[in-house]
Design a protein around this ligand. Structure first.
Ligand code: SF4
Length: 131
């Protein structure tokens, strides 16, 4: 069984991604060295993680902290208004509702009828479009 750097190079050279022999007589053909293989193995997972690190899985602020609400306000929010953090209707976002007051970009706003933090991307049954 071959060992060492040159034997790995020999084994990797001229093979396609399926491990099939693609032997070449071209002396200028690139050689896949152990260093190249290790470098790619370290870099590829990082490249795959970039979109997660850059954008994460969340859209906008998290505005679902309602621990300070009274029982009545919590019931209005969750049952009567049926507030949701992410609207399923592209035409009904809190940011476009008459009752919404913005607190700035990427921040939770407030609502005149639904208590607690309000996500600009959220919505509820009480939506009233701004005119
Ligand atoms: S009434 Fe509903 S849709 Fe309008 S801002 Fe308040 S929570 Fe959002």
């Amino acid at each position: 069984m071959p060992h060492g750097r040159s034997s790995l190079r020999t084994r990797l050279r001229g093979r396609n991604v399926h491990g099939e022999n693609m032997a070449t007589t071209d002396p200028q053909a690139p050689t896949l060295t152990r260093r190249t293989v290790l470098a790619r193995a370290l870099v590829l997972p990082l490249v795959g993680a970039l979109p997660i690190a850059a954008g994460g899985c969340s859209k906008g602020p998290k505005c679902n902290e309602t621990g300070g609400l009274s029982a009545d306000d919590a019931k209005i929010r969750s049952e009567i208004a049926a507030y949701t953090e992410q609207s399923v209707d592209a035409k009904k976002h809190c940011a476009d509702c008459l009752q919404f007051t913005s607190a700035g970009p990427d921040s939770c706003g407030t609502c005149k009828v639904v208590k607690g933090p309000i996500n600009p991307a959220g919505s509820c049954k009480l939506f009233v479009a701004k005119t």
